[in-house]
Ligand binder design. Structure first.
Ligand code: ADP
Length: 610
C-alpha cells in the first residue's frame, strides 16, 4: 500500500512541478531546460505505469495477462528513456559550458535516433519473466538484465564525462548532477542485490525533484543570471573608472605645463596686457581641471567608491577659506558678498573636511555664477544637541532664480536649466548632482527655495561630531593660506619625473625660492644620485614612471641606510583618496599636478623652512 501511496503522491507532485515549469517557461531558455521538461514528463509517465501495474496486481490480475506484460515492458522502456534523457541533459550542460551547443543535435541523434530505438525493440521482442514469491512480484530475464546493464554503462559514461571536464567539476552547478549519479548508483546496487524492492521509479521521481530545486530552479537561475549580469556590470564600471582615472592623468599632465608656466609668467615682469591674458589662461585651465574633477567625482560616487574620511577640523578655517575663494570669484561683477558666522559653532568638529568644503563651495560658486547684480549672502549657524553640531549653511542670492518646474531636475547629473539665459555661463550640470550625493553620504540634507527672476536660497544641513579638545594637534596640521616669506635660499631639491616638460615646470616654479634644483628622468637615476653620496633637502617624485614607479623607487630609497630625505609624491594621479594612498605608501607628503603655487608654497614652508 505504501508503494501505491508514494506513486500517487509522486504523480501529484510531478504534475504540479510540470505545471510550475510550464508557467515559469522553464523549457524556453536553454537546451538543457527543454531536456529537463522531458525528464519530468517521462518520470510522470513512469509513475503512472508503475501505479497502474501495481493496482493490477492488487486486483489479482495474473502476471501472464498480456496487458500486464506490456506494462512491464513499457516500464523498462521508461527507465531507459529517463537514463538517456539524464545523460543528454548532462551533455547539454557540458556543451553549454564549452560553448559547443551546435554539437547537441549530434548527441541527440546518437542517443535517441539510434541506440534508444534498438533498446526499445529489444525490450519489446525479448521475453520477460516474473519472480512470484511470497508477497513479491518482480520482473526478471534478459530484458531486465539489458536494462540494468544500460543503466550501469550510462552511469560510467556520465562519470567519465564529468571527469574529462575536470575544470568545471568544482562548479556548484555540477553538485546536483553528482548527487543524482550517486543516488542512481546506489539504487542499481540495491536493485541488483534485492530485486524485490522496486525502487527505480521512486528514485527517479525524487531525482527529478532534486534537480528542480537545485540546478533547474528558475529562481536560482534568475539569481545566477543576475549575478553574472552584475559581475559584468561591475567589470564595465571598473573599466570606466580606470578609463576616467587614466584620462584624468593624461589631461592633468599637459595642464601641468599650461598652469605651471602661466603661474610662473605671472610673477615675471611682463606688460599688463600680457598679464591679463596669462590670467585668462590660468582661469581657463582651472575650469578645465574642475570639469575633469567633476567627472571623476560623479563616476566614483556612482560606483560607490567615494568614501567619507572623517578627521578633526576647525570649521572656521573652512569658512575663512571659502570667503577668500568666493571673493576671488566675484571678479568685477557689481555684487555684494555678505557673510556671517555664528559664534556658537564649536571650535573643533569631526567630519570630512574636504567634502564639507566641496559642497559649500559648489553652492557658493553657483550663486556667484548665476547672479548678475545684487548680493550673495553666505550664512552659517548651528544647532547643538549633546555632542552633535548640526551645521546649517545657507547661500542666498538675488540671481536669475529657478523655475518651479525645474527644481526637481536641479540635482540630476548633466542637467543644465534655463539654457537660453545660461548659455554664456560655463558649467557641466554636474556640480549639484555631486553636491546632493555627497551631502547624503554625510547623512545631511540640501533644500532649495527659489523665485524665478528674483533669486534662490540653497540650505545644507550636516551633522558633525563635536570635539572639545585637541585643538593643538590641529594647529600643527594647519595649512598656510597666504604666501609667507620663506628663506630657503641654497636648499637642494631633486625632481624625479620621466616627462621632461614636467621637470621643467617644477624647476621653473621653484626658481623664485632661490633653491638649487636637480632633475632626473627615472627612479634608477634618483637612486644612483643618492648612492653616490649626493645630499638633498627634499625630493619631489612622480609616481607613474616606466620600468620603476615612484612607489618602487621610494621603497628602494628607504632600503639605503641613513636615508632620511622627505620625499613628496608629485603626481597627476589626483583623484580623491590619493593623498592617503601615497602617504600610506611611505611618502612624506603629496602634491597634485597641475601644481598649485599655494600648495607648493605650503610644502616648501613645511619641509625646507627649518
Ligand atoms: P552647472 O552650474 O555646472 O551647470 P550645477 O549642477 O551646479 O551645474 O547646476 C545645475 C543647474 O542648476 C545650472 O545649470 C543652473 O541652471 C541651475 N542653478 C544652480 N544654482 C543656481 C542658482 N544659484 N541660481 C540659479 N540657477 C541655478
Amino acid at each position: 500500500m505504501s508503494h501505491i501511496s508514494f506513486s500517487i503522491g509522486g504523480i501529484l507532485y510531478l504534475t504540479l512541478l510540470l505545471v510550475v515549469c510550464i508557467i515559469k517557461k522553464v523549457g524556453k531558455s536553454k537546451i538543457e531546460n527543454k531536456v529537463y521538461l522531458y525528464l519530468v514528463v517521462v518520470a510522470l509517465i513512469g509513475l503512472i505505469i508503475d501505479s497502474t501495474s501495481f493496482l493490477m496486481i492488487l486486483t489479482s490480475v495474473d502476471v501472464h495477462n498480456p496487458f500486464y506484460i506490456l506494462l512491464s515492458k513499457l516500464m523498462l522502456c521508461y527507465f531507459e528513456a529517463w537514463c538517456f534523457l539524464f545523460l543528454l541533459y548532462m551533455i547539454a550542460v557540458l556543451l553549454r559550458k564549452q560553448n559547443q551547443q551546435k554539437n547537441y543535435s549530434k548527441y541527440k541523434v546518437i542517443l535517441f535516433g539510434i541506440i534508444f530505438p534498438i533498446l526499445i525493440i529489444l525490450n519489446l521482442v525479448l521475453p520477460i519473466e516474473y519472480n512470484v514469491s511470497q508477497n513479491q512480484i518482480y520482473p526478471m530475464g534478459i530484458s531486465v538484465v539489458i536494462c540494468y546493464l544500460n543503466a550501469v554503462v550510462g552511469i560510467i559514461i556520465m562519470i567519465c564525462l564529468l571527469l574529462k571536464n575536470k575544470k568545471y567539476i568544482k562548479d556548484k552547478e555540477f553538485l546536483p548532477l553528482w548527487i543524482v549519479i550517486a543516488l542512481s548508483m546506489l539504487t542499481i546496487i540495491i536493485q541488483i542485490i534485492c530485486p524485490g524492492i522496486i525502487l527505480m521509479t521512486a528514485v527517479e521521481a525524487l531525482e527529478t525533484f532534486i534537480m528542480y530545486f537545485t540546478i533547474e530552479n528558475p529562481d536560482m537561475k534568475l539569481i545566477n543570471e543576475l549575478n553574472i549580469a552584475k559581475d559584468q556590470a561591475d567589470k564595465a564600471n571598473q573599466a570606466k573608472s580606470e578609463f576616467l582615472s587614466s584620462m584624468s592623468h593624461e589631461i592633468r599632465t599637459p595642464l601641468n605645463a599650461i598652469v605651471g608656466f602661466s603661474q610662473a609668467l605671472l610673477e615675471e615682469d611682463i606688460n599688463e596686457e600680457a598679464k591679463e591674458e596669462v590670467k585668462d589662461i590660468v582661469m581657463a585651465s582651472n575650469s578645465l581641471l574642475e570639469i575633469v574633477n567633476g567627472i571623476l567625482d560623479i563616476s566614483k560616487i556612482e560606483s560607490g567608491k567615494i568614501e567619507i574620511v572623517n578627521t578633526e577640523y576647525k570649521f572656521k578655517d573652512i569658512f575663512d577659506e571659502l570667503v577668500i575663494l568666493s571673493k576671488g570669484r566675484l571678479g568685477d561683477k557689481p555684487l555684494e558678498f555678505k557673510y556671517s558666522y555664528d559664534a556658537s559653532i564649536p571650535n573643533v568638529l569631526y567630519g570630512d573636511y574636504t567634502r564639507v568644503k566641496q559642497v559649500i563651495l559648489n553652492i557658493l560658486t553657483n550663486a556667484i555664477k548665476y547672479t548678475k547684480e545684487g548680493y550673495v549672502d553666505f550664512k552659517v549657524s548651528s544647532i547643538i544637541k549633546d555632542d552633535i553640531c548640526r551645521l546649517i549653511i545657507s547661500v542666498e542670492d538675488t540671481g536669475i532664480g529657478i523655475k518651479q518646474e525645474n527644481i526637481s531636475k536641479l540635482f540630476s547629473k548633466f542637467e543644465r536649466l534655463d539654457l537660453d539665459k545660461n548659455i554664456t555661463i560655463e558649467g557641466t550640470g554636474l556640480g549639484l548632482a555631486i553636491t546632493k550625493k555627497l551631502v547624503e553620504l554625510m547623512n545631511g540634507k540640501i533644500v532649495v527655495q527659489s523665485v524665478y527672476g528674483k533669486g534662490s536660497k540653497f540650505t545644507i544641513a550636516i551633522d558633525q561630531k563635536i570635539i572639545e579638545t585637541q585643538v593643538e594637534i590641529l594647529e600643527e596640521k594647519k595649512e598656510i593660506k597666504e604666501e609667507k616669506t620663506i628663506d630657503v635660499t641654497g636648499k637642494k631639491i631633486l625632481i624625479v619625473d620621466d616627462n621632461k616638460i614636467n621637470l621643467k615646470v617644477a624647476s621653473r616654479l621653484l626658481q623664485k625660492y632661490n633653491v638649487i634644483t636637480e632633475e632626473v628622468e627615472s627612479g634608477f637615476l634618483c637612486i644612483d644620485k643618492i648612492n653616490s653620496g649626493n645630499k638633498y633637502d627634499l625630493i619631489l617624485m612622480d609616481d607613474m614612471m616606466p620600468k620603476m614607479s615612484g612607489i618602487e623607487t621610494l621603497k628602494k630609497l628607504k632600503e639605503i641606510e641613513s636615508f632620511n630625505i622627505p620625499v613628496i609624491a608629485l603626481t597627476a594621479n589626483a583623484i580623491a583618496g590619493m593623498r592617503e594612498k601615497y602617504i600610506n605608501e611611505g611618502f612624506t607628503d603629496y602634491l597634485a599636478k597641475p601644481i598649485d603655487k599655494n600648495e607648493l608654497n605650503n610644502i616648501i614652508y613645511k619641509y625646507l623652512n627649518k
